[in-house]
Design a protein around this ligand. Structure first.
Ligand SMILES: Nc1ncnc2c1ncn2[C@@H]1O[C@H](COP(=O)(O)OP(=O)(O)OP(=O)(O)O)[C@@H](O)[C@H]1O
Length: 255
């Protein structure tokens, strides 16, 4: 690690992504501090999800580089990037309808071990993950639903389970895609508290449209518009920035 990368968890330089001639992410420079909570915001179509997919290896950049703690990870597969300690959540969860939350978390925990590629798993082997699985369910407020089939969980509970699955991977850098999307106020408040706890000792990058969530959690905010970085700073700084106000007013008048 060189002195210029010290204290930097994740860095994108000149990151660009074209989709058949359309530039969704345009020459983005992003520096995420080690231990920081960094929000990506911007009007619809600004390129937030595309940027997330680039950072986690689900999309390959057209040009530019991505480093994790100073190490170049550009073009690596998602699993390889996950091995560097970067894990992401998804906006839409693909849970197994018939498995319960405890089984989901046990599977996520065992995927980190050498047993990860074993097709056959005995109950006895899986049980060794139960204490940690139960701790994680407690952490996300799902203890009382540990044995209910995931297909029967309410929306907010599914999102909480998804958070437990990311936590099971114990990533140093956690990417959360709209952790409060579609939630009612109670679930939003609980999720804010959960992300605060998760962020202790970790780096968190998240996308969220809810400015209350952004203001409550983020120590740094990057505002994107039409694929470019429009503004960057603390929440207080960017919310007063006339360019940001104009971008959001534009969105409101197009709605
Ligand atoms: N696979 C794709 N092929 C073509 N265009 C795409 C593709 N993915 C995204 N885009 C376009 O790139 C732009 C940025 O999309 P993206 O989903 O990254 O924005 P966003 O900021 O996450 O928006 P939202 O807040 O609505 O989720 C949009 O104009 C979108 O239509």
């Amino acid at each position: 690690m060189t002195s210029t990368t010290q204290g930097i968890a994740l860095r994108a330089t000149g990151l660009t992504k074209d989709f058949r001639g359309f530039r969704a992410v345009n020459d983005v420079d992003l520096t995420v501090a080690e231990g920081g909570v960094h929000a990506l915001v911007g009007p619809n179509g600004a390129g937030k999800t595309t940027l997330f997919n680039l950072l986690s290896g689900f999309l390959k950049p057209t040009s530019g580089t991505i480093t994790v703690r100073g190490e170049d990870v550009t073009g690596l597969q998602p699993e390889q990037i996950a091995h560097k300690g970067v894990a992401r959540s998804f906006q839409i969860t693909s849970l197994f309808e018939n498995l319960d939350p405890r089984e989901h978390v046990e599977l996520a925990l065992q995927s980190r071990t050498t047993m990860g590629r074993t097709f056959w798993r005995s109950d006895r082997l899986m049980r060794q993950f139960r204490p940690r699985a139960d701790e994680l369910l407690e952490e996300v407020g799902l203890s009382h639903l540990a044995t209910k089939p995931a297909g029967e969980l309410a929306y907010g509970q599914k999102r909480a389970l998804e958070m437990a699955l990311v936590l099971a991977l114990d990533p140093a850098i956690m990417l959360l895609d709209e952790p409060t999307a579609g939630m009612g106020i109670e679930d939003v408040t609980r999720t804010i508290e959960l992300v605060k706890r998760i962020a202790a000792g970790r780096t968190v990058v998240f996308v969220d449209h809810n400015m209350h969530v952004v203001g409550s959690l983020a120590d740094k905010v990057t505002v994107l518009q039409q694929g470019r970085v429009l503004a960057e700073g603390t929440y207080e700084e960017v919310r007063k920035d006339p360019r940001v106000i104009t971008a959001y007013l534009g969105e409101a008048s197009n709605a």
